[in-house]
Design a protein around this ligand. Structure first.
Ligand code: PRT
Ligand code: ZN
Length: 221
């Protein structure tokens, strides 16, 4: 029988990519990338790496194309709230990098005085499910407009009154004449896994990897 290998999905390139490779490296795992750049192979443990767009990672893990994955909590929660996979993926642990916030932001000249000011307003976001859940918690009815990118330009283009977008330094909001007014979701990179039971062999690889990750995270505390 062929040796079982654990498949991990990580972001090919972007804000999660360096942190993900670094974490594997700190775990003593060197990823050799294949010529097609889609696959990577780890020598030190029976682990294969799949390099994907971050948005594809939750579904790949939920649908068993991969066993585990590293993704932003914001992307994972949005997926959980908006889609129903038969066997959804599960969060295993927070990984302590790629920290950011999903925030509501309004034009600087808006004398914003709390969530109620958003009643009947239009909010542009790439995270409609998380935004709607927050509005519901706040008891505010507003119109949520989905935008895949360049959310921060929506108020200037009069597409929306406010935005709900990912913020790390705040420089992007500032450059677009916007100010953060409320935090909708705190996020960082997380490890997720397929919800089905692993084979004993796969579980052993998974346990060994988790042990190494915990060791790395503890050494950073
Ligand atoms: O190509 P692919 O689809 O894989 O990548 P992507 O472009 O969709 O995602 P990417 O690489 O930008 O982000 C991946 C994940 O990193 C996100 O889902 C978050 O979990 C996390 N993260 C951390 C961020 C940021 N920080 C961040 N600053 N994601 C996005 N931003 C963007 C934000 O959208 C805004 O445009 O950066 C801008 C704001 O940054 P500041 O520093 O100006 O506030
Ligand atoms: Zn993406």
């Amino acid at each position: 029988m062929a040796e079982e290998r654990l498949r991990i999905a990580i972001q090919k390139s972007g804000r999660l990519s360096d942190g993900s490779f670094e974490l594997l490296k700190s775990c003593g795992l060197k990823v050799s990338r294949g010529r097609d750049k889609l696959y990577g192979r780890v020598q030190e443990m029976p682990i294969d790496v799949l390099l994907l767009r971050d948005d594809d990672i939750p579904a790949f893990v939920a649908d068993n194309a991969c066993d585990i994955g590293i993704v932003g909590q914001n992307v994972f929660e949005e997926e959980l709230l908006s889609e129903t996979h038969e066997a959804p993926a599960e969060e295993v642990m927070q990984l302590g990098f790629a920290r950011c916030r999903l925030m509501l932001a309004a034009p600087k000249e808006w004398n914003f005085d709390g969530a109620n000011d958003l009643a009947s307003k239009r909010i542009a976001t790439s995270y409609p499910a998380l935004t709607k859940a927050w509005l519901e918690r706040e008891g505010v009815e507003a119109k949520v407009v989905m935008m895949k990118g360049s959310v921060e330009v929506a108020p200037r283009l009069k597409i929306a009154d406010a935005v709900c977008d990912i913020v790390s330094t705040g420089a992007t909001l500032d450059a677009n004449g916007l100010k953060p007014v409320a935090t909708v979701f705190d996020s960082e990179a997380i490890l997720i896994r397929n919800a089905e039971k692993f084979s004993a062999e796969k579980q052993a690889i998974f346990d060994a990897l988790i042990k190494r990750i915990n060791g790395v995270l503890r050494s950073k505390d």
